[in-house]
Design a protein around this ligand. Structure first.
Ligand SMILES: [Zn+2]
Ligand SMILES: [Zn+2]
Length: 299
């Protein structure tokens, strides 16, 4: 199970209802941010989430609305005397951006900030999950991110006990997919171990609808796709290299995801007008909702 909290769902300009982009993500003891828009700390305070527990921040691209929150976030981490390291991932240039931030802030008690320019592919490989980056199509180079829980393995202890095999090293071997010799018989892993698919979450950041998202988000439990514009501004979306809601819906359908959440709405739409984005997306994909600041989802 993972929890997602939307901390900002506007585009370049914040509104009274919507802050700059940021998504809080919690899985087991891990806490991440995907994008880190300006004012993210206050959003976290309102949502009662601790910035000190964030271990990794994944920046999609270097447009200010997606990463200007890093300045305040890092400064406060010093003021709060953070001790645990902070990992920051992003496209080429993220190292330089963090370098500028470091020149501006007060640093009394040091802690490690590890910045990684991601080349794409797997960027974090933990025992329980991976986070990978896929290239987006926007007027600034960048990446969307996919969190994927590794397959969970269940070993049928009852079945093994029946043949007299108690938990021990043979259980480990079967879990590793190896055959085990037992009382003159060969035990095959497929007879005792079942694989359960883990959860999968994909976030695009800013992008035009593209095949890279379809591939990366394939069969995801949740796709958070930008939808800056409605269909009436399809030309504008193309020009600014953003997506329409309908374009995002099409990607969700092609990727066969379970649920689509639209975010990053242009301020040209008043709150009550956003329903038309939802209707546009529904022409392509049924299970879709509009993100709101502080909306929480579980997958
Ligand atoms: Zn943006
Ligand atoms: Zn952008």
């Amino acid at each position: 199970m993972a929890e997602i909290v939307f901390l900002g769902t506007s585009c370049a300009i914040p509104t009274p209802e919507r802050n700059h982009p940021a998504i809080y993500f919690r899985y087991k003891e891990h806490r991440f941010l995907f994008d880190c828009g300006e004012n993210v700390q206050r959003q976290m305070a309102i949502a009662k989430l601790s910035p000190m527990k964030i271990e990794r921040i994944f920046i999609t691209h270097l447009h200010g609305d997606h990463f200007f929150g890093l300045l305040g976030f890092i400064q406060s981490s010093y003021w709060r005397e953070r001790e645990k390291p902070l990992y920051i991932y992003g496209p080429k240039g993220i190292g330089e951006a963090v370098g500028h931030i470091m020149k501006l802030i007060d640093k009394h008690k040091p802690f490690d900030i590890i910045t990684k320019e991601v080349p794409g592919g797997v960027v974090v490989d933990d025992k329980d999950f991976t986070v990978s980056a896929f290239p987006i199509v926007h007027n600034k180079p960048g990446f969307g991110y996919v969190f994927e829980e590794k397959e969970r393995l269940h070993i049928s202890e009852a079945k093994l006990r029946k043949i007299g095999l108690l938990p021990g090293k043979e259980y480990g071997l079967l879990k590793e997919g190896k055959e085990v010799a037992w009382k003159g018989k060969v035990l095959r892993p497929e007879d005792y171990v079942t694989h359960e698919r883990g959860i999968k979450f994909a976030y695009t950041g800013d992008t035009m609808p593209c095949n890279a998202t379809v591939k990366a988000a394939e069969n995801a439990d949740l796709l958070v796709h930008e939808a800056s514009f409605a269909q009436d501004a399809a030309d504008r979306a193309k020009e600014a290299m953003h997506s329409t809601a309908r374009g995002a819906g099409k990607i969700a359908r092609e990727a066969n995801v379970k649920q689509l959440v639209l975010t990053h709405f242009s301020t040209r739409y008043k709150e009550k007008e956003l329903d038309k984005l939802l209707q546009d997306a529904q022409k392509e994909f049924d299970n879709v909702i509009l993100a709101k600041d502080f909306m929480r989802l579980e997958i």
